[in-house]
Design a protein around this ligand. Structure first.
Ligand code: IPD
Ligand code: CA
Ligand code: CA
Ligand code: CA
Length: 257
């Protein structure tokens, strides 16, 4: 029932964003001119809530645009109705619905669906990770020098020591390819699928990473904070890799190489 609801909610939200993507929609600013939210973010969120609440009216919900519906429950649904809103608003097909399900403080299931590229990523704790129902695995690279990485940049905090620009500068000057897709949830899934060898980002929210975290781990990868401590969705920094370059990437990110 939990899995069915997760899949149904993700599909329903994705159908909404696909429909808006192909048509017209209103775009507004949050703080700052480029921190956007669209009509589609709100509409998808509403649809996702409806599906979850039909089956589980007593569960806790945390979602980017509406905040929290706090309830006494061991279950928490962590929702990003559109991850990659700036891409979405510019008609760039790299955006997705991301929903993670937490039980007693642990993420037990995650779904990330990009309906434009028709890619549905899913993982359940202990059961592996899939892309469109086919099992996926992380890459086999063993060193950062030959890896292809991905990152994202926050709206603030760019210039901090070992912050986003310093780390990017360090890697780029060494010739390491570092891409920027604009959707943290998909960055994580693309690590899980072996397209990227590693991903790091300094400032994410739980709704950006909760589902993708489990998808990476279940595909055989590793996810920690920027220092190598155990992943916590409520802490901002993240490193996700194929596992084999993890310790080395932590050093790069912390200026120890
Ligand atoms: C953003 C994306 C982006 C990341 C930002 C997030 P949104 O989410 O995941 O890749 O760099 O930090 O806020 O706003 O498109 O849901
Ligand atoms: Ca997001
Ligand atoms: Ca979002
Ligand atoms: Ca946002």
């Amino acid at each position: 029932m939990l899995k069915q609801t997760l899949l149904k909610a993700t599909e329903a939200g994705a159908a909404v964003i696909k429909q808006f993507f192909e048509g017209e929609f209103k775009i507004s600013n949050k703080e700052g001119v480029n921190n956007l939210v669209t009509e589609a973010d709100h509409a998808a969120e509403k649809t996702i809530f409806k599906v979850i609440r039909e089956s589980f009216p007593g569960h806790y919900i945390l979602s980017e645009e509406s905040g929290e519906i706090i309830q006494e429950s061991s279950y928490k649904w962590i929702i990003d109705p559109i991850d990659g809103t700036v891409n979405f608003a510019n008609n760039i097909p790299i955006c997705a619905v991301s929903i993670g399900l937490e039980y007693e403080g642990k993420i037990i299931m995650g779904a990330v669906y990009n309906p434009i590229m028709k890619e549905f990523f899913f993982a359940e704790k202990g059961n592996g990770a899939t892309l469109n129902n086919k099992e996926i695995f992380v890459s086999l690279k063993t060193e950062v020098a030959t890896s292809c990485l991905v990152t994202g940049f926050p709206y603030t905090y760019l210039d901090a020591p070992n912050g986003p620009l310093q780390v990017f500068d360090r890697l780029i000057r060494k010739g390491v390819p570092v891409r920027r897709l604009g959707s943290a949830a998909l960055d994580l899934c693309w690590v899980a699928a072996g397209r990227f060898d590693g991903f790091y980002e300094h400032k994410l929210n739980a709704w950006d990473s909760a589902a993708g975290y489990l998808i990476v781990e279940e595909a055989g990868g590793k996810v920690t904070d920027l220092k190598g401590n155990i992943y916590n969705p409520y802490q901002p920094g993240i490193i996700a890799t194929n596992g084999k370059i993890h310790e080395e990437l932590i050093k790069w990110v912390n200026g120890e190489v």
